[in-house]
Design a protein around this ligand. Structure first.
Ligand code: FDA
Length: 475
């Protein structure tokens, strides 16, 4: 059978939240769109599935209370949410292996608590000096981007435990890279994207709610409303032919001619939105090749690596011990755990995270040993009962060709100050959109909603400036 050939105002590559949000807002503004998605499903890094009878969020799932753009979208779509269970004590396992329960402040000495406050204050102060949408504009951007986050922490404090705790939240908790591989400027962006450090750790803000039916259902609903004529699955885009402007003039951000060659569909359009994570830009062949600065810049963003490990149990047994399910142990294989039970479900679920080199080590083990190793780490927090789950799942995003890691992409040392200013700039008629190049909501679903909305607005403005009116009336 011949390949389908479509003609549209805009072709969007990737049906994650960023691409789908771009398509939703563009069609609402009366523009015609096709979305080409490599996988046989939409949602990208959000993926909800039932495995061995249990409901698993394999990818992104939580909504923080300050993520206004995502929350507004959930209301727009009529989605319901539920709160994460967090009553009772959290567990902290210190480096000597001692297990402590606590509420509020970490159960560490007074002087360590004071050191944590001091480090957080220093980081907040730096973060307050940047715009999350343009960290490279900081007058000392180049200098701050040359300093490893780990070195910076050690230059400010000699309290190893305080350093480990602050390091944990940024490195293991967010960027999912070791703190010697990214810069202070990159850490500042992470903090500024959530306004301040506290928003990345506060129990009342972070990981506040979940979506009934799963986070992927947000993308599924948007795709269903767009329809099969718009969203094409199983269609990796292999080649993108583009020319800037009507005359081929080198005008960025103006309508041009684009042909996206997907496996099942070819689309010609005036603009393309490359809504894939930056580490995948180079998996597409551009004809002509992208300009030199992009060819260089695109090599400096890479995915972090984290395994999301989940185990279901007949009941949330830890609650009977007065535990919330929240736990931290920066030296444990599973360095962070939470209660991941679906509200109203009688079965309980624990979710934990294994980051960086530890994730590589885990994948190197045979399957049975791997499972045992993760469950033993769960048992360090919750006792022997954690060894006997009724369902168990490890999210393997590192082996997903259309993602290649988790949670998101960030710059190598020096990359953000040097190349960041290019990341949101179009090349001819090609725009870029993903949560990984967004300021507010950086690396989160909320960021995807924001950049999708912004990209659609930028395209609509560009169409109007070129005198191309919408084909339909806005709704
Ligand atoms: P995303 O990667 O989702 O979408 C890109 C799409 O492009 C994919 O569907 C891909 O298949 C497709 N694609 C790639 N190349 C292509 C090609 N050549 N042709 C066609 N299609 C192509 N966030 C949050 O807010 N709360 C949370 O709790 C978490 N937790 C979390 C856990 C885990 C394990 C992960 C992996 C991630 C999270 N996140 C998260 C992050 C969040 O999931 C992420 O920031 C967004 O879902 C990213 O959405 P995008 O649309 O930008 O990229």
């Amino acid at each position: 059978a011949g390949k389908k050939v479509l003609e549209r105002d805009v072709v969007v590559i990737g049906a994650g939240i960023s691409g789908l949000m771009t398509a939703r807002r563009l069609t609402q503004a009366g523009r015609s769109v096709a979305v080409l998605e490599a996988r046989e499903r939409v949602g990208g890094r959000t993926w909800s599935d039932t495995i061995d009878g249990e409901f698993f969020e394999i990818g992104g799932q939580w909504v923080s209370s300050d993520q206004d753009a995502l929350k507004a979208l959930l209301r727009e779509l009529g989605k319901e949410t539920f709160q994460r269970y967090r009553e009772g004590d959290s567990v902290y396992i210190s480096r000597d292996g001692a297990r402590h329960t606590f509420q509020g402040d970490f159960p560490v000495g007074e002087s360590t608590l004071a050191e944590i406050d001091r480090l957080v204050e220093a980081l907040d102060e730096l973060a307050s000096q940047i715009d999350a949408a343009a960290p490279w504009e900081h007058p000392r951007a180049a200098e701050l981007d040359r300093i490893q986050f780990s070195s910076w922490l050690h230059s400010l404090s000699e309290d190893e435990e305080a350093i480990r705790i602050v390091d944990h939240y940024i490195a293991a908790g967010m960027l999912t890279k070791h703190s010697h591989t990214f810069s202070v400027l990159q850490a500042m962006l992470m903090v500024a994207s959530a306004e301040k450090f506290e928003h990345l750790i506060d129990e009342g803000i972070l990981l506040d709610e979940r979506v009934v039916g799963g986070m992927q259902s947000v993308s599924e609903q948007i795709a269903a409303e767009l329809g099969d004529d718009v969203v094409h699955l199983g269609t990796p885009v292999r080649r993108l032919e583009w020319a800037a402007g009507e005359e081929g003039a080198a005008a960025d951000g103006q309508p041009g001619r684009v042909t996206a060659h997907g496996d099942r569909v070819t689309v010609t359009a005036r603009f393309a939105v490359v809504a894939v994570p930056p580490n995948l830009y180079s998996a597409i062949e551009y004809v002509p090749a992208l300009p030199r600065p992009r060819l260089v810049a695109h090599q400096h963003q890479s995915m972090g690596l984290v395994i999301k490990a989940q185990a279901a149990y007949p009941t949330p047994f830890w609650r009977e011990d007065g535990l919330s399910g929240t736990g931290f142990a920066s030296h444990e294989r599973v360095c962070e755990v939470y209660d991941n039970t679906v509200a109203g479900d009688e079965h309980g679920m624990i979710v934990g995270f294994i980051v960086g080199e530890r994730a590589e080590d885990i994948w190197a083990l045979p399957e049975e040993e791997r499972r045992r190793a993760v469950l033993e780490s769960f048992a360090a927090y919750f006792g022997e009962q954690a060894l006997e789950p009724i369902a168990f799942y490890l999210s393997d995003w590192g082996s997903e060709e259309w993602t290649r890691g988790a949670y998101a992409a960030s710059y190598d040392l020096g990359g953000l100050s040097r190349w960041g200013h290019l990341q949101n700039e179009p090349v001819g008629p090609l725009f870029f959109a993903s949560s990984d190049i967004q300021g507010a909501g950086y690396m989160h679903v909320d960021g995807g909603v924001r950049i999708g909305t912004d990209t659609a607005a930028r395209l609509d403005t560009a169409f109007r400036a070129a005198g191309v009116e919408p084909a339909l009336l806005s709704v």
